[in-house]
Design a protein around this ligand. Structure first.
Ligand code: UDP
Ligand code: MG
Length: 320
């Protein structure tokens, strides 16, 4: 088994790749690590892929995967996670904002200190405040929701025990929440390391402000799916039952009122003339609908398996 896999998502980063590669190679050779570098080209429109192929020809430790189009950073990491053979898997951005000099210490924290995940913390960030301020807020919310004491969930530089990456699947904007997803999957030895953050040297950021909205929606769907995917019936069934019972109680009351009124010789309006009756009717129908939704979801989730939703155009240097 290799000691280290470095997984790098690449979207239009042609200028950085040679420098980044040389730097990683220097660190690996300097520490005599056995390693692989997996570059995942996420639909770049520049020369990133031919650059990766060229690096693979001069360094057999370099492996490449070329997506047919841009699927996003999470998909790129996900495919790399599936392929990674290293005992420790390190993710890193391609733009050289993360320093490969952190690798030996990250490796040490996983192997010797027993962390399942070590997340980088860009304590001194070299980004404009339009990015750092929302990001502070996001980290705070995520910390409160998850109970995980990290300062910087979204740092691209992270290290994992191999079994962690084999047991989590990410898509959409979920790369921002890997520590949460890992924790939900049973990996809770999560550590943090202050890392150097460097200004972007070439190109520009690929993420705008809309990433925060998307990130939030993914967080909600991930939390929901995680909690109820094995028992959707519990969620829909509960709501459905509450709704149905509400309708049932109201209707029973109206019937009782009418029957009692007739018995006592009072003048009581017909049930169908009572505004409450319509509320009851809606509650009864919604209740049944919700219940059936839960039932269908239960049937569907009990026999679907997860399928990767991205296509690979080419790959190289993966043997077997
Ligand atoms: N990236 C990617 N697919 C995308 C967007 C970004 O693979 O659709 C990669 C990008 O090439 C870089 C990393 O994800 O290696 C982080 O992107 P970026 O530096 O733009 O994010 P920021 O540092 O501004 O948060
Ligand atoms: Mg960056």
């Amino acid at each position: 088994m290799l000691q280290i896999s470095v997984v790098i998502p690449v979207f239009n980063e042609e200028e950085s790749l040679p420098e980044l590669h040389n730097w990683i190679q220097r660190v690996m050779d300097g520490n005599a690590f056995s390693y692989e570098i997996i570059f995942v080209n996420d639909g770049s429109t520049d020369q990133s892929w031919s650059e990766i192929v060229r690096l693979g020809q001069i360094n057999p430790h370099v492996k490449g995967i070329n997506f047919v189009r841009n699927y996003g950073k999470s998909a790129a990491l996900d495919i790399g996670f599936g392929k990674a053979q290293g005992e420790v898997v390190i993710t890193m951005d391609a733009d050289m904002q993360d320093s490969p000099d952190e690798i030996p210490e990250l490796y040490e924290m996983v192997i010797d200190q027993g962390f399942e995940i070590v997340s980088g913390w860009k304590k001194k960030r070299h980004d404009p405040f339009t990015k750092t301020v929302p990001s502070k807020f996001f980290n705070w919310v995520t910390r409160v929701i998850s109970g995980i004491k990290l300062h910087d969930f979204n740092c691209g530089l992270k290290a994992y025990k191999n079994k962690v990456v084999k047991n989590i699947h990410i898509y959409g904007e979920m790369h921002r929440y890997i520590p949460l997803i890992a924790k939900w999957n049973g990996f809770s030895k999560i550590g943090e390391k202050v890392v150097e953050h460097r200004p972007r040297k070439y190109g520009e950021t690929k993420f705008g402000i809309e990433r925060f909205v998307n990130g939030f929606l993914d967080l909600i769907s991930v939390s929901f799916v995680n909690r109820y995917k094995k028992k959707p019936m519990h969620f829909f069934g509960f709501l459905g039952t509450v709704s149905f019972l509400t309708g049932f109680i109201i209707t029973s009351w109206l019937i009782f009122e009418k029957v009692y009124g007739v018995y006592r010789g009072l003048r009581v309006r017909d049930i169908t003339d009572q505004p409450l009756f319509f509320l009851a009717l809606v509650a009864l129908i919604v209740g049944v609908q919700l219940f059936l939704t839960g039932f269908l979801a239960e049937m569907m989730t009990s026999n679907t398996s997860r399928k990767a939703d991205y296509n690979i155009d080419e790959e190289f240097n993966f043997e077997g």
